[in-house]
Design a binder for this molecule. Sequence first.
Ligand SMILES: Cc1ncc(COP(=O)(O)O)c(C=O)c1O
Length: 484
Amino acid sequence: MTNLDHGATTVSSRALGVLLDSWRASSAPGYLALADRIRLLVLDGRLPVGTRLPSERDLCAHLGVSRTTVAAAYAALRDSGHVDSVRGSGSVVRLPARASVPRPTTTEGLLDLTKAALPAVDGIAEAAQRAAGRLGAYLDDPGYDPVGRPVLREAIAERYRRRGLETSADQIVVTLGAQHAIALLARVLVSRGDRAVVEAPGYPHAFEALRGAGARLVPVSVTVDDGWDEAALMQTLRRTSPPVAYLMPDFHNPTGATMPADQRVRVLEAAAAEGTVVIADETMAEMAIDGVEPGSRVERPLPMAAYGRAVTIGSVGKSLWGGLRIGWIRAERPLVDRLVRARSAGDLGTPVLEQLVVAELLGDFDRVLEARAGHLRRGRDRVVHGLREAFPSWQVPSPAGGLTTWVGLGAPVSSQLTLAARREGLLLAAGPVFGIDGAFERFLRVPFSYADSDTDRALAALRAAWDGVDGVQAPASPLLAEVV
Ligand SMILES: Cc1ncc(COP(=O)(O)O)c(C=O)c1O
């Protein structure tokens, strides 16, 4: 069963024509070439499930082919389960039976690269000792803290001000990491059956949290090269007036894309017009790799909420350490109050000592981030170089920030490859983990946040795994492989 809101978006003939690009280049008969190209767009999530295709008449006129060609292509897509013809709604994108994505049952003895995460920054133990020294001042009250200690709320607000966004401490709710923040916002803002715009590919635990709150997900495509499909995003907002849109505007996980400032303005305007609350997950926002050194700074967009109304999620999970489990929500006061009231159903507050540790480290945050950028730059360059050399047929982007590269494999074999990698002792999350209902079989997320020795082990394992996948990697028609 899916939680998708089918039929939310229509792709026009013109927009589909752009996506189809040089579909005729193949030597296959016209209708098969057209069907294959549309199928690829579906598998890659560029035509999200639920998208309505143009009518046969519109598309044949636009492409300059016969109506029979388009009708036969749509029929082939129906036969392979990639399109449904819905009376009154035309042809709607589907995926064949849900691909079950391999998930590890045990990770013992395996190199686990399913997480885009870093070890703790230097200096955490010392910060914890200093924080413990301050704890005495907090021990007289019961310690249940659903909103956050003032010292940390102020330090987080100060960080926003330094990034160019006026913020006061009472706009901050400290949470148990960003994941808790997503789930809490979903619980407060989403009612059962509501639509929620998400990105495809996107962050899978956000999908889970939104679905858990009863949302029907409406995906909008994001790619490495073109970022957000703005036309589709605007149309989806207009058509569905969703209560929430969950976006990762900075170093989007997994593509690494960053939304430009002018697009932020347009998206927030369109969302405001529909009464949609934009949840901007900025967990990765401070993980810039390029342009962070003093002499070579690159202007980055301001935090999303500087351009319009947005609720922001932040975390020190990447910048300091995931093990601290400290994140936060930045929102206007009325929403802050609702979040704090709603919180007791799930938890009764954030641990005090961890908050004090983070407050210590935020005092020296620029230095911390520079060290992080140096580590990530080395990791990225090693992974990107290693992958490009070992797999010349892959598209390996070198993102300007974040912790991962979203690799194009050139064939829909991501699940097969990750299964084969597991046999070589390496765990990776297959592309479909980041999509909805099986898309993104042609992609693989590879983190570059790990130690050199782990990276080298992972590259060797991937090479061995790819040899095993080779024989089946070029199906005549890129159907979803039935191997997962
Ligand atoms: C985009 C995004 N949001 C939220 C999280 C969860 O972060 P935290 O560890 O702070 O719960 C992650 C972790 O990978 C993430 O990538």
